[in-house]
Design a binder for this molecule. Structure first.
Ligand SMILES: [Ca+2]
Length: 344
C-alpha cells in the first residue's frame, strides 16, 4: 500500500514538473526580463569599396556625397576626405603629438577629437584648414551630432552631450543593455533619436535610445571582421550613414568599406574564420650535420663489409664440421669409456 502511495506521489510530481516546463516554454518566460532584450542583428554586405589599409579609423561620417574620416596613432593621425569609391580626395596630417579620434560635422565645420590631448580640432570643410579648437577633460573617443548637441564617448558607458559653440557639457547619458552598463563605447553615429556605437575590441555595434540610454538593437558584425587579416587591434570601428540611409562600416586598417543591410536573427552566431594551419617545415638544427652523416656512412660500410665475412666464416665452419664428422665405424669404436679416459 505504501509503495502505491509513493508511486502515485512521484507520478504527480513528475507531471507537475512537465506542466511547469511547458508553461514556461509557451509563455516565453525566462529568468531575464524579455522586454529589455534588444533585437539581434547580423549584417549582410550589399556593396564594398576600397579603404586604405594604413588608415587607423577612429571616426567616420558621410556628408554631401563624400566620406570624412579621422585616423589615429601618433605621428600617423589624419583628417581625410574620401570619394564614395573609398579613394582619398584630400587629407591633412595632424601634429605628431596628437592622436586622432572621433569626428562629427556641425554645419560647414568638422570637429575632430583627440585621444589623450584634451583637444577637439575645428576644421573648415571647404579649405581643410584648422580654424580653432576646444578643450575638454578626460579621454576623447567617439563623436557625432544629433542635430541639437554633439555626443561624445570616452571609453566608458557614459555619453556626454555638448554644446556646439564651446563644447561645454549639457547632460550625461548612461548606456545600458538588459539593465547592465555597456562600457567601451567608441565610434558613434547619430541618427534621429538614436545613437549607434561601436563597442571597442568587439565585432558589435549597439543602437542606443538617446533619451533613455537603453540599447534596443544589437548588431554582430563578425562576418565583416572575419574577412580582415590584421592583428587584434585592427577592430571594427567606423559607422557612417549616407544620404539614402544606408549604413557603411569599416575598421582600423581594414582594406574595405562595407555598405551593409541588417538581418534580424534569433540568436547571434559568431562568425569565426578558422585559418588553416600552415605546416611548419622541419628544420634540422644540428651544427655537426656533416660529421653525423659521415658517422652514419661509416656504420653502413662496416655492416656491409662484415656481412660477407660472417657468411664465409659460417660456411667454413660448416664445411669443417662435415669433414670432421666420424664415419659410422669410427663412431662405434669411440666408446664412452674412451672419452672419459681421454678427459682424464
Ligand atoms: Ca560616425
Amino acid at each position: 500500500m505504501q509503495r502505491r502511495i509513493g508511486a502515485l506521489f512521484a507520478s504527480i510530481l513528475f507531471i507537475s514538473s512537465l506542466q511547469y516546463i511547458y508553461i514556461k516554454e509557451v509563455s516565453g518566460e525566462s529568468s531575464s526580463n524579455s522586454e529589455s532584450e534588444p533585437q539581434l542583428m547580423q549584417v549582410n554586405i550589399t556593396n564594398e569599396v576600397e579603404h586604405d589599409e594604413q588608415a587607423f579609423t577612429q571616426g567616420l561620417l558621410w556628408y554631401d556625397g563624400m566620406f570624412y574620416e579621422s585616423t589615429g596613432l601618433w605621428g600617423e593621425s589624419m583628417l581625410r576626405e574620401l570619394h564614395p569609391n573609398g579613394t582619398v580626395n584630400r587629407s591633412k596630417d595632424l601634429n605628431e603629438t596628437l592622436f586622432g579620434e572621433g569626428l562629427a560635422r556641425v554645419g560647414e565645420k568638422l570637429i575632430q577629437l583627440t585621444w589623450k590631448n584634451g583637444t577637439a580640432l575645428v576644421w573648415n570643410i571647404s579649405n581643410f584648414q584648422l580654424e580653432s579648437q576646444f578643450e575638454y577633460e578626460g579621454d576623447g573617443w567617439g563623436l557625432c551630432n544629433d542635430g541639437t548637441d554633439l555626443v561624445m564617448s570616452n571609453g566608458s558607458s557614459n555619453l556626454s552631450f555638448r554644446k556646439y559653440d564651446d563644447f561645454s557639457i549639457v547632460r550625461h547619458l548612461n548606456v545600458s543593455l538588459d539593465g547592465q552598463p555597456v562600457s567601451n563605447l567608441n565610434e558613434l553615429e547619430c541618427a534621429g533619436e538614436y545613437i549607434w556605437a561601436n563597442i571597442y575590441l568587439t565585432d558589435n555595434i549597439i543602437r542606443i535610445n538617446s533619451s533613455t540610454g537603453i540599447v534596443d538593437l544589437f548588431i554582430n558584425a563578425s562576418s565583416l571582421s572575419g574577412l580582415q587579416t590584421g592583428d587584434s587591434n585592427d577592430v571594427l570601428n567606423g559607422i557612417a550613414i549616407d544620404d539614402e540611409g544606408k549604413m557603411w562600416l569599416t575598421g582600423k586598417k581594414w582594406d574595405s568599406l562595407y555598405e551593409v543591410e541588417l538581418i534580424e536573427v534569433e540568436e547571434i552566431v559568431e562568425v569565426v574564420v578558422v585559418q588553416e594551419p600552415v605546416p611548419t617545415p622541419t628544420i634540422q638544427s644540428c651544427n655537426d650535420c656533416e660529421e653525423q652523416e659521415e658517422d652514419a656512412s661509416l656504420q653502413l660500410y662496416m655492416i656491409y663489409s662484415l656481412l660477407p665475412i660472417a657468411a664465409l666464416t659460417t660456411a667454413a665452419i660448416g664445411m669443417f664440421k662435415v669433414w670432421r664428422r666420424p664415419q659410422d665405424d669410427e663412431a662405434k669404436a669411440l666408446a664412452p669409456m674412451d672419452v672419459f679416459e681421454d678427459d682424464e
